[in-house]
Each structure stands twice: as structure tokens, then as C-alpha cells.
Write a protein that binds this ligand. Structure first.
Ligand code: NAI
Ligand code: MG
Length: 487
């Protein structure tokens, strides 16, 4: 199969508005995780390609992109969003082939990408500074200015959503971007660059250099021409990114995943909760930063929740992305091995429910049967570490205090949810839970483009999504003008 996203050659980088063969003309094989076949060759960008991309991004700031008004930036983002929606089937197909994402889930990602473009298009001309009362004879105000060249290193699990929230917000306020997609999945990043170009985004405003983390990724995160770094991925690489940024003293936003709990109390509407309890764990085969991998249940509802979740697990099927079942393959054989390793560590636990890998799933695909463990103690590896696969654990609790203690008892803090009818409890827990987002009687809230998002602890720092993200992509300048007091 030869894959040419929107007619372009994925063995090239997008730099300065042109498709360019990487230095050394080296390529990597892109694997289809549904069957293990090679989809196409992609560019293996080098440090020299990152140099060229940063230079193009700098030139854009001195050129048309740097001169664009907020209104013009908003208009081009709106055109990009419209083109993304026009190409929904092609983008969804690319993501399904590349990531192994079932088609319906891939389409939802395209819509989220378009929503980010729409949201940041509308926000571009609404970010403003303040005037500040000061001494007699002064007028003081603040300007929100772009950092300059921003670096974006993204993972393979939700390429389109992460491009939307990261590149979309950075462009809205006038930064230029160098994007390094993941070696496991980069087709939609390349397709997005082509669509943005067709929509009229000036040359150099967005540059895309595919490649290996330790090569193109490390070169980007250490580059002295980069003034802000955004990273989504593993905790280990997040530390490397922050260390590299420290050498250049530039700000970083890190989004490093989690161990997000849902708390089900005795007064919860369990039947309403049920689809959220399971979907938040198995969506995208569990390869979701905000996956809910821990279900904490009050002892009085514990048996009911376990048996109802187990029944749902029994109906889950894992199969090829194009078959559009509930669960696709994991992104790679390596990721499957990691997840199988975790499942093996649950050997001492009760498997309460399990889905199936469909009989005709290709043997070369990286499939894992969705697995629900019950009776898990809060300190078990499966209840502490990020698994990043379709695996959930159910943990019983006795009272609210213990529920909070367990919920807050990991190194992460990204998302949490509370299922309860008590308004007072909802409010108490919203304050006490250690997380960047707390949902009450729901989880995840769809794409959540409008909702500020980010973590605490090992989940990272900085906030993306919503209007809040714009503050992170700007530097505040205070202007104090002395003009003399009243005569
Ligand atoms: P990773 O952190 O290695 O990859 C994410 C991105 O970082 C990719 O673009 C990669 O090329 C880049 N990268 C890797 N090494 C780099 C380096 N030295 N310098 C600069 N960039 C570098 O994640 P990986 O290995 O794909 O997945 C491992 C685990 O990480 C997963 O099992 C999961 O637990 C976690 N993860 C969390 C994600 C999230 O959404 N928060 C996304 C992906 C992975
Ligand atoms: Mg890696």
C-alpha cells in the first residue's frame, strides 16, 4: 500500500512552506498496527532539519506571519478548521491506519481538531492586556506578546487533538511553530501542515519535522532558537525536555498522563455512570492521557458496579481499526508488550471481566483483550502506574475520607470524577481531589476544547485547551508611561 496523505509524500518535511527531503534523505517505516504491515516511508528528520525549521519559523515572525493582525490570524485559523472538516474522511482514514484507532473514534478526533481551530480563531482577537492604576502622572498597561518560535513534541495517541490544542493556541496569539510528531504516527500531522498551507497560513508559521525522539525531538527541545516548549508524552521524556529547556531558560508545558480515578458513592446513579466508567478506560484502547484507569467504589455498591462493568467488558471486541469495533490494536508491538507486562503483574488479582480479540484479527496486529481487575489494593502496581492500555482496576472504599485518600494516593493528578447525588459532597470533593480537572456526574465531557486542562505532580504542569492556554503562549509586557500629573 502506498499512502500519500492529501497527495503529499510523507518521506518529506514541511519547512518554510515547502515540502523538503530531510538531510541525509533517511526514512523510517511507518507500521499499520492493525496488521503489522508497512504503510509507507516517513522522513527521519535530523538536527539539521530542525535548524532549518527553526530558521523558517524565525523568518515567518519577521515576515507576513509576524505582521498579521489578530483578526487575520483568526481568519486563517477559521479557514484551516473548515478545510479540516471538508477532509474529515481522509483524515480519519489516515489516523485509523496509522494509530489503529477505530474509524468512529478517528472521526471524533478530526472534529475536535476542527473545533480547536474554530475556538482559537474566535479567541485570537479577544486576548488583551490590562490597565493598571499607578502613581500620579503615569499610565500603565500590559501587552500580551507571543514568545516567538514555539516547539511542539507530540505523541502518537491523539495526534490531531494535540496539534489542535497546542499549535492552534500558539498560532492564535502569533507564535510560529516547529512540530515534531511521533515516529509511530505522523500522517495526520503532515496532512494538517498541507491543509494549513492551502488555507493560507504564511510560510514558516508552521513547520513539521518527523523523526525519532532522540534525534529530531532532542534537537528541537535543546534548540537555542526555541522560546517555548510544549510536550505531551511519557514522564521520562518529559524530564528530559524540561532539563533541555532549563539550559536555554525557556518555559515548558508538560502533559504526562495519569492514573485518573472515578469515585462512585453509595448515592450514585450507577446505571448513568456505567458507560462513562467503562468508556473512559477503553477509549483509544486505553492509550489516553486522561484515561480513567481506577474505579473507586463505595463498599455498598461494589458488587453491583463490578458485575455491571464486567458484563460490559464481556461485550467488548478488539479488532482492526477499519472494522470500527469498540477497541482497536495498540499503536505498536512494543506498546502491546508493555501492556501485556502489566496484565501479567495482575496474576494475583481477580479478572472480573474480559473482552475478546475478534477471531479474524490479523496475527501481525498488536491486540490486547480489554481486561477488568477487581479487588485491587490501592498500592498495587496496577493501581499506581500508568498502563496505557485497555485495563482498569476496581478498588473498594469504606467512606468519603478513604475515597479521597486513595484517589489522591498516586504520583499523578490529571483528571478525577465524582458520582454522587449529594451536592455538598460534590463541592467538597471538587476542592479536595488532586487533579487539573474534576468532573461531577460525568467524565471527560467530549472533546472539551473549551475546558482548561493539565496536571499536577507527575502529570505535568501548565494548562492547555480553552482560553487559559493563550496565557501560556504569551509573554506579558508591562508598559509604564510617565506623562506628568494634572497641571
Ligand atoms: P515518548 O514520551 O517516548 O514519546 C512522545 C514523544 O516524545 C514522541 O514524539 C517521541 O518521538 C518524543 N521523544 C522521545 N524521546 C525524546 C527525547 N529524548 N527528546 C525529545 N523528544 C523525545 O512516549 P512513548 O515511548 O511513545 O510511550 C511510552 C509511555 O509514555 C506510554 O506507555 C504512556 O504511559 C506514556 N505516554 C503518555 C502520553 C500522554 O498522552 N500523556 C502519550 C504517549 C505516551
Ligand atoms: Mg519513545
Amino acid at each position: 500500500m502506498t499512502i500519500t496523505p492529501l497527495g503529499i509524500d510523507p518521506a518529506q518535511c514541511f519547512i518554510g512552506g515547502d515540502w523538503i527531503v530531510p538531510m541525509g534523505a533517511d526514512t523510517l517505516d511507518l507500521i499499520n498496527p492493525s496488521d503489522g504491515s508497512t504503510l509507507c516511508a516517513i522522513a527521519r528528520g535530523q538536527a539539521e532539519d530542525i535548524d532549518r525549521a527553526v530558521a523558517a519559523a524565525e523568518a515567518a515572525l519577521d515576515g507576513d506571519w509576524g505582521r498579521a493582525t489578530a483578526v487575520e490570524r483568526g481568519r486563517v485559523l477559521a479557514r484551516i478548521g473548515a478545510l479540516v472538516l471538508e477532509n474529515i474522511e481522509e483524515l480519519a482514514r489516515l489516523e485509523a491506519l496509522d494509530v489503529g484507532k477505530p474509524l468512529t473514534q478517528a472521526r471524533a478526533d478530526v472534529i475536535a481538531l476542527a473545533r480547536y481551530m474554530e475556538f482559537y480563531a474566535g479567541a485570537a482577537d479577544k486576548l488583551h492586556g490590562a490597565t493598571i492604576p499607578y502613581l500620579d502622572g503615569y499610565t500603565v498597561y500590559t501587552l500580551r506578546e507571543p514568545h516567538g518560535v514555539t516547539g511542539h513534541i507530540i505523541p502518537w495517541n491523539y495526534p490531531m487533538q494535540i496539534i489542535g490544542r497546542s499549535v492552534g493556541a500558539a498560532l492564535a496569539v502569533g507564535n510560529s511553530c516547529v512540530l515534531k510528531p511521533a515516529e509511530e504516527a505522523c500522517l495526520t500531522a503532515l496532512a494538517f501542515a498541507e491543509l494549513a498551507h492551502r488555507a493560507g497560513l504564511p510560510a514558516g508559521a508552521l513547520n513539521v519535522v518527523p523523526g525519532i525522539g532522540a534525534e529530531a525531538g532532542a534537537a528541537l527541545s535543546a534548540h537555542q532558537g526555541v522560546q517555548h516548549m510544549s510536550f505531551t508524552g511519557s514522564v521520562g521524556v518529559g524530564k528530559l525536555i524540561q532539563t533541555a529547556a532549563a539550559q536555554n531558560v525557556v518555559p515548558v508545558t508538560l502533559e504526562l498522563g495519569g492514573k485518573s480515578p472515578q469515585l462512585v458513592f453509595d448515592d450514585a446513579d450507577v446505571d448513568a455512570a456505567l458507560p462513562f466508567l467503562v468508556n473512559a478506560g477503553i477509549q483509544n484502547a486505553g492509550q489516553t492521557c486522561s484515561a480513567s484507569s481506577r474505579i473507586l467504589v463505595h463498599r455498598s455498591r461494589y458488587d453491583e458496579v463490578v458485575s455491571k462493568m464486567a458484563a460490559r467488558y464481556g461485550a467488548l471486541r478488539a479488532g482492526p481499526a477499519m472494522d470500527d469495533l469498540e477497541v482497536g490494536p495498540l499503536v505498536s508491538a512494543r506498546q502491546r508488550e508493555i501492556v501485556e507486562g502489566f496484565i501479567a503483574k495482575g496474576g494475583d488479582l481477580e479478572v472480573a471481566g474480559q473482552g475478546q480479540i475478534v477471531a479474524d484479527a490479523p496475527t501481525g496486529g498488536s491486540y490486547v483483550a480489554p481486561t477488568l481487575f477487581a479487588g485491587v489494593t490501592p498500592d498495587h502496581t496496577l493501581a499506581q502506574d500508568e498502563i496505557f492500555g485497555p485495563v482498569q482496576v476496581v478498588i473498594p472504599f469504606e467512606d468519603e475520607a478513604q475515597a479521597v485518600q486513595i484517589a489522591n494516593g498516586t504520583a499523578f493528578g490529571l483528571v478525577a470524577s465524582v458520582w454522587s447525588d449529594s451536592g455538598a459532597r460534590q463541592m467538597r470533593l471538587a476542592k479536595r481531589l488532586r487533579a487539573g480537572q474534576v468532573f461531577i456526574n460525568n467524565y471527560g465531557a467530549g472533546g472539551g476544547v473549551e475546558l482548561p486542562f493539565g496536571g499536577t505532580g507527575l502529570s505535568g504542569h501548565g494548562r492547555e485547551k480553552g482560553f487559559e492556554a493563550l496565557y501560556g503562549f504569551t509573554a506579558l509586557k508591562t508598559v509604564a508611561a510617565y506623562h506628568g500629573g494634572t497641571e
